[in-house]
Design a protein. Structure first.
Length: 364
């Protein structure tokens, strides 16, 4: 069956459908990872987005029960150069095409993903419509232009209730803006008890759990669309150690008086070099974000940059000058991607230990 991807600038790509049938609208983005399409498709941070994979062959190793980053996909489409229907891997349990059908997600293959990526790099990410219908292009473009922009992605993907994963070590409250499973897995490996709470949970409710630390997770969309979380973080500063990842990083910046802005085409892939300013070393990181903390906005705040992106100089990490608070823009839980930054979880544990030894009155 034929499928079409139509961009808001009227560019039309015609390819072959795989996965679900129907119509879907979303922000068209690209990811440069060579592997990891299962983790990418189930990363809640892609809520509302049509994902273009720049690697030309997708589907060759299938999907399995162990590599999901959430229970369902919130992506609005998948664009590939070549879809491999028959997977060849000992862990394979279902083809990506059959899985997309189950998830109700449209896939399109056989288009020039290199041309599409170059267009997005030059003009910036843009909205698109993915369809398997034969409706006239003008009708589809009009529907695309009149469709509302999404501002509730975090509300869609955040947990709706409190979940507790018992363990014998530190107690960490995970403020869930669309948390990937591997964040919880890494904390559990370090012995942490993890309490996942909805994104709108108040500081008072969080502190009732008497946590040793707070993790602010990744999540989709514009961090300024969740002002309640910004206010919560303001109240938590100094009360308990805080570690922010991706959206959590951006929300810490906003809570401390800094600012964020939308990037032209974002950072999405598993090979982004980041420099740690204190040591001068470079780590290769997995990333998925369309917004970033602006460097100039850190001036006059109690935040300082700890990491920068070597590709474009954007802020990739910050820490608070007075409180035990730090964050990174990339994904140290490496799902998918390199494990270079896994040490940050151990740093979080050490920060909680040091805070407890000082005898701070956390819950005053």
């Amino acid at each position: 069956m034929k499928a079409r991807l139509i961009l808001e600038d009227r560019t039309e790509f015609i390819g072959t459908s795989f996965g679900a049938k129907g119509e879907s609208l979303g922000e068209v983005v690209f990811n440069t990872s060579m592997t990891g399409y299962q983790e990418i498709l189930t990363d809640p941070s892609y809520c509302g987005q049509i994902i273009t994979m720049t690697y030309p062959l997708i589907g060759n190793y299938g999907l399995n029960r162990d590599d999901y980053e959430s229970l369902k996909s919130n992506a609005h489409g998948l664009v590939v150069r070549e879809y491999q229907e028959f997977a060849s891997n000992w862990r394979n349990e279902i083809s990506i095409g059959d899985w997309l059908k189950e998830q109700g997600i449209i896939g399109i293959s056989g288009i020039d993903t290199r041309m599409l990526t170059r267009k997005l790099r030059k003009h910036g990410v843009m909205r698109g419509l993915l369809t398997t219908s034969d409706e006239p292009t003008d009708v589809l473009i009009e529907r695309l232009k009149n469709s509302p922009h999404m501002h509730d992605q975090v509300a869609r993907v955040s947990t709706k209730s409190i979940h507790i994963s018992p363990n014998s070590g530190k107690r960490v409250v995970l403020l869930d803006f669309g948390a990937k499973h591997n964040i919880k897995r890494k904390l559990a490996e370090l012995g942490c008890e993890v309490i996942s709470v909805p994104y709108h949970t108040s500081a008072t409710e969080i502190l009732r759990f008497r946590p040793d630390g707070i993790m602010l997770s990744n999540g989709p969309g514009d961090p300024k669309d969740v002002p309640e979380a910004i206010e919560t973080i303001k109240e938590l500063l100094g009360k308990v150690p805080i570690f922010g990842i991706c959206m959590g990083h951006q929300l810490i910046a906003l809570a401390c008086g800094a600012d964020t802005d939308k990037l032209k085409f974002g950072h999405r892939g598993g090979n982004h070099p980041v420099k740690e300013l204190e040591t001068g070393r470079t780590v290769i990181t997995p990333q998925n974000h369309g917004y970033a903390v602006t460097h100039e906005s850190l001036e006059g705040t109690l935040l300082e940059a700890t990491h920068i992106a070597l590709n474009d100089g954007t802020v990739e990490g910050i820490c608070h000058k007075e409180y035990p608070v730090f964050s990174v823009q990339y994904h140290p839980e490496f799902a998918p991607g390199p494990r270079d930054s896994e040490y940050l979880f151990a740093h979080f544990i050490n920060l909680m230990d040091a805070f407890a030894k000082k005898g701070e009155e956390v819950y005053a």
